[in-house]
Design a protein around this ligand. Structure first.
Ligand SMILES: Cc1cc2nc3c(=O)[nH]c(=O)nc-3n(C[C@H](O)[C@H](O)[C@H](O)COP(=O)(O)O)c2cc1C
Length: 188
């Protein structure tokens, strides 16, 4: 087992000024020692999941965006999802990615991968439903969900203050990654 751990971050918002993307990028720039954090670029390139397109080797060619995504998830020691909430649940782009990561059944890229979910949303409950639904979906997809990973982000992250200027937020994010990596060590 290598001393250095890799955490791949999937962001549930595609917009350029996304608060959640800013959180993910702040985390990548301030990762704990011994952990390489990278933010996945390309969730929006994934086609809608379709079993007809999800062909087995020898039966045709998978879309390049799917191969890239599965390889990136497969190579990571752990996956951290940073997401807002859309209409009381998980954003579609993220659910689509989980669906691609869940197949082939029992051997998908997410199978056995330690995963955690954090995020920020402006609603009264801070995106609780999205986080709960994401955790449930990841669990059904075969990922090892770190249930204890819960980060209450300060309200300022959604009110225009640059993430890096919000007191304590970097420490909260780093703590989440440390917890996730500790779970990966236990699972390995
Ligand atoms: C289509 C849509 C639906 C939304 N639904 C919710 C919601 O159910 N709960 C909530 O807390 N915020 C909701 N929001 C507000 C988001 O939390 C807010 O826009 C957030 O900053 C988006 O994250 P981002 O900055 O990473 O893009 C919604 C936003 C959009 C665009």
């Amino acid at each position: 087992m290598s001393d250095s751990k890799s955490v791949l971050v999937l962001v549930g918002s595609l917009r350029a000024a996304s608060v959640n993307r800013a959180l993910a990028e702040a985390l990548a720039a301030n990762a704990p020692a011994g952990v390489a954090v990278s933010v996945y670029d390309g969730l929006g390139d994934l086609p809608f999941y379709n079993e007809d397109v999800d062909v087995a080797p020898g039966d045709g060619e998978l879309p390049a965006a799917v191969t890239k995504f599965r390889e990136a998830v497969g190579a990571a020691d752990a996956v951290l999802i940073v997401t807002p909430e859309y209409n009381g649940t998980i954003p579609a782009v993220l659910k689509n990615a989980i669906d691609w990561g869940s197949r082939p059944y029992g051997a998908g890229a997410l199978a056995g991968t330690p995963t955690g979910v954090i995020g920020s949303a402006i609603g009264r409950f801070g995106g609780k439903w999205a986080k709960d639904d994401t955790r449930r979906s990841l669990g059904v997809a075969g990922a090892k969900v770190v249930e204890e990973l819960s980060v209450e982000l300060p309200a300022e992250v959604t009110t225009g203050t640059p993430v890096a200027d919000v007191p304590g937020v970097i420490d909260l994010l780093r703590g989440a990654v440390e917890e996730l990596v500790a779970a990966e060590v236990v699972a390995a």
